[in-house]
Design a binder for this molecule. Sequence first.
Ligand code: DX5
Ligand code: ZN
Length: 224
Amino acid sequence: MAGFRLPKTGTVEVAPSILAADFADLAGEIAQVEAAGVKMIHLDVMDGHFVPNITIGPPVIAKLRKHSKSVFDTHLMITEPERYAKAFIEAGSNHLTFHVEVAERPVELIEYIHGMGASCGVCLNPETDADAIKDVAGLCDMVLVMTVHPGFGAQKFIDSAAQKCRRIRELVGPDVRVEVDGGINPETCPVAVSYGADTLVAGNAIFSKPDRARAIEDIRAACK
Ligand code: DX5
Ligand code: ZN
């Protein structure tokens, strides 16, 4: 599947995480945030092993694909990402992020994902050193810095984790997106951007608000 690419760097993009959306009406929730002009939808995949929570898999993504033209930014919080990457791309994911903590052969996995026509990136947990991505920095289209411990929404932003964006930015250069995920809201997003992030995942800060367009605009405005 694959298809559309990540937006070029040079702009700050908000990627709503549907983890905080109404799972009984995901297509409607996505339509609301797309009306506010977002280009990426963040899809959180959890397996109950890598993280103590379970969410969605390829069948749900395949159904959502029919309702959206946004980039599907799929965050794999799973063990054995190499085993499932193909299924997530066939379901319609345009970008796959896997965790450096569990990838046995990250270089090969990125090449494999690129070979299937999707873009690719790696993710670091709050306690993982930024230099853990050194070997793959030149291959990533985006690097995801967790600013909470993965597994659940609505947690508090960890500033020390966000500060790793500075080192990640040095490692990847200006043309690769640096994404932050967890506890992002109008108060924390300017801090993350000041550290070098340009892609802001937000779940509760958008979907817990009745007016999603306004919530997205509040995040964008806070980063200007
Ligand atoms: C957490 C997920 C996040 C989550 C963020 O493990 O990876 O994408 O949805 O939620 P908020 O924005 O509510 O912290
Ligand atoms: Zn996520």
